[in-house]
Design a protein around this ligand. Structure first.
Ligand code: GSH
Length: 229
């Protein structure tokens, strides 16, 4: 059975959504990043990058949510665009926009807003600006069509994964400026598959506090600062 190394955060949830949408049996392997599971040798053997998600399918190991969702899309042939150069030109463009823009900028915005020490105005301004810029591009796309491509697919799942968090990093009022993103979020949230994904976090115990142990595990760069002070 497929094993999904999981933490209930944006990059892993998109994989759980794909598996739920395709009714694929899978086993959750709790990878509690606040407790440091991502640094364990047995996890690094699957994902040398030490981040969730990772997936094991028999002898096959895949890491990075974009690689995993593409792997699954190709394996099952579902929620993928037509295999034509024209369709894939559009698909890959948006896939990389999500993977290299939306995810990293939103992740850094969360980091600087909630976890970084002062002074941080410069960093918050930069990442807030960039996160907004990316979501406005998505808003523009989704104001013209119901889904990222002609049909619902893995790009929409990736949008959903981060859109769930928008009130946290852009504020509740963000929905006034992103109504089409909200429409897609609400549509996916209403699916039984998405509800099952949200339930995963309640079935397993994941550490919620961001204490000294969590900071050490999530932000190892801080240790270097401590040594140099
Ligand atoms: N590009 C990677 C990013 C993975 C990532 O940053 N995962 C976060 C959860 S959303 C994580 O595991 N953070 C814990 C850490 O950085 O130690 C992907 O898309 O899978």
């Amino acid at each position: 059975m497929i094993k999904l190394y999981y933490h209930p955060s944006p990059n892993p949830v998109k994989i759980a959504l794909y598996l739920e949408e395709t009714n694929t049996p899978y086993e959750i392997v709790v990878t509690d990043t606040r407790k440091g599971d991502q640094h364990k040798p047995e996890f690094r053997a699957i994902n040398p990058n030490g981040k969730t998600p990772a997936l094991v399918d028999g002898d096959i190991k895949v890491f990075d949510s974009t690689a995993i969702i593409l792997y699954l899309g190709e394996k099952f042939g579902k929620f993928m665009p037509a295999k034509t150069p024209v369709a894939h030109a559009e698909f890959y463009s948006w896939l990389m926009f999500l993977a290299t823009g939306v995810g990293p900028y939103c992740g850094q915005l969360v980091h600087f807003k909630y976890f970084a020490p002062e002074p941080k105005d410069y960093a918050i301004n930069r990442y807030d600006f960039e996160a907004w810029r990316h979501w406005e591009i998505l808003e523009n796309r989704l104001s013209k069509q119901p889904y990222m491509l002609d049909e619902y697919g893995i790009l929409d799942m990736s949008v959903w994964a981060w859109a769930r968090m928008i009130p946290r990093f852009l504020g509740e009022a963000a929905w006034d400026k992103l109504p089409s993103v909200k429409r897609l979020l609400d549509e996916i949230n209403a699916k039984p598959s998405a509800k099952r994904v949200e339930e995963i976090a309640t079935r397993y115990s994941f550490k919620t506090e961001v204490d000294e142990e969590s900071r050490r595990n999530l932000f190892p760069s801080n240790e270097r600062l401590k040594k140099s002070n």
